[in-house]
Design a binder for this molecule. Structure first.
Ligand SMILES: [Zn+2]
Ligand SMILES: [Zn+2]
Length: 311
């Protein structure tokens, strides 16, 4: 299984330097190890040395590095195709499933202990295999809208080892794989899909105790209008307020309220939607000697663990 992941779209690139062992402009292989792409009248313009050509797309493979000049440079262990999307360049990386899983683990849980990384790998794989493509021109993006991905981690990295150690395994509920969710930390208890008004049909999620967070949760406070408060807790309303005021403002759906004139003060605990795997709690379980299967069984009650191809 190969995933098509749209990368760097957050930067809305109009210029991109591509370095790779093999580069093609349209169908033509180029001798240059590096080209500079720009966009003109919704077409990709490829500058290779002194040559300059407009092409529908540029493809690269073999140690690809993409650079947005002055902003960011990232390496990908997969073939990359760059085409025009309106007046922006759109880069799509083709990654084998396990490479995509390792990339997500490296980006989403960089510091976690080994068994927590393995649990995160199963969650990432469950999401990728059970979720239908979420974008028109590719399957998933590289932001938290889908699953956060930066670079492809090296073969000897902890993230790649976690992917390989759990290779192919996904979570199922009533036999069917589901797009398992995770979040950063809770207030000592996770939430159900119903608690945050999300669709419970794939997996309803179950509220479970999280001792790792119970004793020392991260706390936050926010002041919102009565109208905004009336829409909470709802994950969609929380994301809406995040877009409006900044992502950390309503950090979670686990909070109490107090009146303050025509506003409402929310005091909450935890970070994230509260559904499924609590990353902080998983790390605490791993440090206390629990394996990834026990961690997953705790945060995803009534689920089973099996190969995504089976049945
Ligand atoms: Zn997305
Ligand atoms: Zn927790």
């Amino acid at each position: 299984m190969t995933l098509r992941i749209g990368v760097l779209g957050l930067f809305r690139p109009r210029r991109l330097i591509v370095k790779a062992g093999r580069i093609r402009a349209g169908a033509e292989p180029l001798a240059a190890p590096q080209v500079e792409l720009s966009i003109e009248n919704s077409a990709v313009v490829c500058q290779a040395g002194t040559r300059r050509m407009a092409v529908p797309a540029v493809s690269a493979e073999d140690g690809v590095r993409l650079e947005i000049p002055g902003r960011i440079e990232r390496a990908y262990a997969g073939a990359v195709t760059i085409s025009a999307a309106g007046e922006e360049l759109m880069a799509v990386v083709e990654l084998p499933l396990e490479t995509a899983v390792a990339s997500a683990v490296a980006a989403e849980a960089p510091q976690a202990p080994e068994e927590a990384l393995k649990a995160q790998a199963v969650v990432a794989r469950s999401y990728y295999t059970a979720t239908a493509a979420r974008h028109g021109n590719f399957d998933f993006c590289d932001t938290t809208h889908c699953q956060f991905v930066r670079e492809t981690p090296p073969a000897e990295s902890a993230a790649m080892r976690a992917a390989m150690a759990t290779r192919g395994l996904v979570l199922r509920y009533e036999e069917r794989p589901f797009g398992a969710m995770f979040f950063r930390s809770c207030g000592g208890r996770t939430l159900t899909a119903e608690d945050v008004k999300l669709d419970p049909s794939q997996y309803p999620y179950f509220a479970v105790e999280c001792p790792g967070c119970r004793s020392n949760p991260s706390r936050w406070e926010a002041r919102v209008t009565r109208l905004e408060a009336a829409r909470l807790p709802s994950e969609n309303a929380r994301l809406h307020l995040g877009r409006k005021y900044g992502w950390n403002r309503i950090a979670s759906s686990d909070f109490g309220r107090s009146e303050d004139g025509d506003h409402v003060i929310l005091r909450g605990v935890g970070e994230g939607h509260g559904l499924g795997l609590c990353q902080r709690g998983a790390a605490a379980m791993a440090r206390s000697g629990k394996g990834y299967a026990a961690i997953l069984a705790h945060y995803f009650p009534h689920s089973t663990l099996s190969g995504w191809r089976s049945r």
